[in-house]
Design a protein around this ligand. Sequence first.
Ligand code: JFZ
Length: 438
Amino acid sequence: MKRILSIIILISMGSLLMAQEGYTPSESNVEYRKFVKNARLGIFIHWGIYSMLGDGEWVLNNQNINYKEYEKLAGGFFPSKFNADEWIAAFKDAGAEYITFTSRHHDGFSMWKSKVNPYNIFDATPFHRDIIGELASACRRQDFKLHLYFSHLDWSREDYWPLGNTGHNAGRPEGNEGSWRSYKKYMDDMLTELLTQYGPIGCIWFDGVWDKCQGHRERADSTWGLSHQYELIHSLQPACLVADNHHMQPFPGEDLQIFEQDIPGENTTGFGDGQQISTVIPVESCITMNNSWGYCIGDKDYKSIDKVIRLIVRAAGKDANVLLNIGPRPDGCLPVEAMELLRQLGDWMRAYGNEAIKGTDGGFYPEQEWGLVTRKGNTLYVHILNPVENITLPFAKARKVTTFDGKPIKFTSGKSETSFTVPMRAEGLTDQIIKIEL
Ligand code: JFZ
């Protein structure tokens, strides 16, 4: 018995390794990965009928709401002030280049006009508008990219059976033997709609694997059919990136690695236990502006612009993007605090970020107490986040060292090092940038 078991384990490990080697991204996929990496900043939007309850996107689960009762919220969802073009214009102005929008969160409500489930924004609400359709059009008009968050996990479907770790008090009846097969087909059908009805989708950003496979990497593919789903996505849109917020090392078929509420590699949340930063696929850190993903009416604990800039600089210095989250209000407006942060961020991106963050490489030099270094062509950008007097870097033969606006700085540079004294720092400056021409 033991022997049979170990043979089975060996075989399944072998097929896992083979699948890893077997995935070759298409040319258009590799190209879009570069675009995303260079963008360095995206905006994450968590929006659904849960926003009406003002208690985050987990409210169905956390308040033990019955799924049939919750469903009735849809009949009152009328985000009268929603304007896709205004959202996209605000994100673009902030210096972001893509939006990752919750097409369907764990509550199972779809934010697009779906033929495979009437529990969607078009058919189940008096709003009768296709929000993903409107976002896709606005993105096209404004040359912005659309990524879609998609939950594996569902708290409203009766065929989501057997249940995972969450959604136990929603009141669903027990399923049967065919349930899981039916649910997997349902996911395929939804993904197919999303990838055929709205033009190019930059990324499918999965979440929820952990509901059934927390800490069991070997089960994730067989339980969810990940490789099948990833293949489906790549066959419908080869350039579409696959990302999955499972907090494990990337699986074959994934094109973007995700860290949650963390600068990559820090593991302050304990989520991505031991998750190594990928050097093969681009990396993205999703981070909330306050402490909630979906709209939370009492959460006014927004990060300062100083904090947000530090996050972006530190992520870029580690070669990662920031996906900055906003939870819109039920009326379709972005919270005032979020709008203000976007405005301030735009000012900073135009002044510094466009040159010293976007399109740069990071991760080639470790973070120091004073900060990090990014690089574009022959220029190094030294980001001093914490005041320091002198800096020595292991980069040889510098031709020129200057302030960000080009004032020369005295330096010495030899065969292996470059040193300079840091000029006076303007009061209140978050990121003092020094340029080194190699
Ligand atoms: C997930 C979602 O559950 C959450 O609502 C939000 O969308 C965020 C971006 O992603 O967060 C997680 C991820 C992992 C666990 C819990 C929540 N986990 O491992 O238990």
